[in-house]
Each structure stands twice: as structure tokens, then as C-alpha cells.
Design a protein around this ligand. Sequence first.
Ligand code: HEC
Length: 465
Amino acid sequence: MVGRVLVRGLNVGLVAIGALAGTASVSAAQSTPGTATFSKDVAPIFQSRCQSCHQPNSIAPMSLITYKEARPWARSIKDRVMRRQMPPWHIDKSVGVQHFKNDMSLSDAQIETIVRWVDAGAPEGDPRDLPPPKKLLAENMWQGVTDGFGEPDLVIKSPDYTMPAKHQDVWFRPMSDIPISEPRWVKMVEIRPSNLASRKILHHSIAYLVLNDDPDAVNTGTANGPTGPLTREDLVNRRPQLMEWAIGKGYDLFREGTGKLIVPGEKISWDQHLHAAGEEITGGSEIALWFYPKGQEPKKRSYLIGFTGLRTRGFLDIPPNSISHTEGFTVLKENTLITNFQPHFHLRGKAMRVEAIKPDGSREIISYVGDFNFNWMTNYIYEDDAAPVFPKGTVIQVSAWYDNTKNNPFNPDPDQWVGYGDRTVDEMAHAWMNVVYLTDDEYNALVAERKAKASTSTAERNDQQ
Ligand code: HEC
């Protein structure tokens, strides 16, 4: 009680600000004008930006639905939202592409409201101000369903693996059939751990397509593609990825008019990286596929590329107690449209920047994540009009930074040297990006269309002035 009174006293200074901003509420009995309260100001933000994960049936450690549940976390909430660690959207807001299809970040004003609420002692306010409650998830939902894309058309589950409480990392690589009877184009894919418990053991899961004589599905448009005509071997060894998922990622949504073609007889070959969680857990992964309706099949394939952040494949040298940096270069052999960015590291990952060096020598930063968090391989999906497009001959430069000091909370041992490898205690760096290759005509048309749009919007702006 004493705390409340004290807090009220502190709030007096805010009255003027609230009144100026037009947010003052005189009706709410417990709410001083200008004070942000849980019921009135914060609950709506939690509903729209936090509760899909922070509720009893989802992945976060605590629920943020009621005042009682949220109040003990106030300090931690302030810290996470101010550092833009929560919601898990870590892309730098000052450089690179800024328009995304799946942006879950808070606006500056929302952060300010939450901070003001915590600084005022996190008051509840009048429960009558609460927004109507949001429907709870019945179970561990697909992110795609939560985001309004409807139920998937097909879900394929890998066999389960039982990971002992203590064990070395395991790579579990079973196969699954794809139960379709005719070719289908995939417009969206999502992988998730097959149960909530297995979220603790699954670091990544890749669904490779085992091809049924489909050379078009093999990516040949980067420097890393095959150099000669495709052989049977290429079809087996350079299997295209239907999707790469790692801890914290959502779905891949392909650009309208593009997608992945799957044909009957193909299989999924899983590559699942499991680590022990201190308790025995049984689980695996499952992949959801959303198809294009029949008759609306797209014309173009989308290819998934792991652009490397290393100069030499498979080589990394991270000294103990150091911050280090590597960079990797990939030449685009085709005109290329990039539709998303997902940084991938292990425990020492710190930051990743993707930049294009164009044939005329000019540079363009595509995306930068400066505060990478091992728990969140967030997938940043570009808006159609913002998806960057480059002519063939462009070099994609991925710069990667590693924090092998004690300041990195994920670092299991800063006194260890770290090299390249698949275990989470080893390190790697790549930028997973879905790309679409364009013919010269398509490329020129898209560039012209973008120019036209840019000049219309400038003209509109000028008209409004
Ligand atoms: C996409 C799912 C997701 C969303 C959206 C999300 N969180 Fe989280 N949150 C998590 C998970 C999972 C964890 C635990 C892992 C971690 O700490 O990153 C977490 C951790 C946290 C923690 C740290 C808890 C601790 O143990 O100290 C805070 C505080 C938090 N979230 C607040 C928020 C707030 C506030 C929002 C909305 C503004 C939000 N989160 C949105 C999934 C989410």
C-alpha cells in the first residue's frame, strides 16, 4: 500500500506531460492523468505484441495476460523492451531494408508507454479499462496460423528421437514421405519442434528435398552453385532446402508469384541438430506446408541460400576472451531478388551485416543485426516493394562478429578457443536468404517499376505540401 502512495506522489510531475500529449484520463478512478496503467495502456500492447508467446500454452517462460502475472516481471520487461530484445525483433532500425511482412517490433511510442508504466511503479489502474481478452491458443500453434494465414494444407512429421538428459550433440537425419498425388506449389512453409518439450533440445531442423529428377530445383545462381552441367550426383548432393528452421524462427513466406515446387515421389530428408537439456526429452520436428490454390500456380522458383560469412568454407579461428570478425563473399551469377534475411550463428554470435557490392562498385547495406541473441534466429521477411534486387555480378558480402568474452551471457566458456563446426559450442555464420532469379527483361522491368513508384510517391508528397 505504502508503495502505491509513494508512486502516486511521483506521478504528479507527469500530469502536465500527459495533458499535453492528450492522453490524460479523468474518468479512471485509480489512474492519475498522465500515468500509464496496466489496464488502460499496457495490456493492449501486451495483447498485440507479447501474448501470442507469453501465455500458458505457448513458448515463453511466463504469461503476460493478467496484471498479477505481469507485475513481478516489470523491471525485466522494461529492460528487454528498451534494448529491443523483446519482442524478438533484433534488426537494426537505422540501416538497410526497413519494411517487413512480419514485423513484430514495438513502436517508439509503445516502448515509451511501457517504460513510463514501469517507472511509475507499474500501477494496475482500473480493471474496467482492460481491453476484451484475446482468445488463448488451444495448443502450440503454428506462427502462420497465429498471423492469420489459416490452417496449413499439409503437415509432415519427422520420426521422434529420445535425447538423454546428458549427451553430446546429435544430428538426427531420418526421411519422411511427402503424401501428395500431384505436383503442388508451396507458398509458405514453417517448421516447429513437434512438441513444447522438444523446443528445449532442437537447435535447428532443415527439411531437404530428395529430388525426383528435377534439375530446376537445384540452385545454380550463386558462386556456390555447380559449375558444369548438372549430374545425378548434384541432384543428390545439392538437394534444395524446402526450409531451414532454427530456434526462434517463424515461417518462410514466398513472394507472390514464386514458391517451391514439390512433386510426387519426392521425400524430405531431415537434418535435425539436437542438444541435451538436462532432462530426457522425446521429440522431433514437423513441417507445415501452405499451397498455392490450383490454377494460381506461380511461375518462379524460390531458392534458399546460406550466404557464408567466412572467407574460407569450414574455417574459423576465434581466440579465447576476444571479439572477432570474419567476412565472406558470394558472387551472384544471375539477377537476384532477395526476399528475406535470417542470421544464423551459435553461442558466440554477436552481429551480422549483409551488404551488396554492385558491379559499378557502389555498396548498399541490405540488413544488419547488431545485437544477435542465440535464442532467436528471427526471420526478417521483406515487403514485396522493399525486397532488394541486384544485377548479376553483384557480390554479397556477409560480415560476422563473435563475442567470445565473459560479457556474452550465452558463452559457456570464454577461455576456450572456438573453431568452425556443427556443435553449438563450435561456431559458424551464414545469412539464410530466399532468392528469386530474374531474366534481364524481368530485372529491367522491375527496376523501372520501382523507379516509377518512387517518383509517383515523391510527386504525391509534393502535392500534399
Ligand atoms: C515470438 C514469441 C515472443 C514474443 C512475441 C515476445 N516474447 Fe518475451 N520471451 C519469449 C521467450 C521464448 C522467452 C525466453 C527466452 C528469452 O529470454 O529470449 C522470452 C523472454 C522474455 C522476458 C525475460 C524473462 C526472464 O526470464 O527474465 C521478458 C521480460 C519478456 N520476454 C517480455 C516480453 C514482452 C514485454 C513482449 C512484448 C512486448 C514479449 N516478451 C514478446 C517469447 C516471446
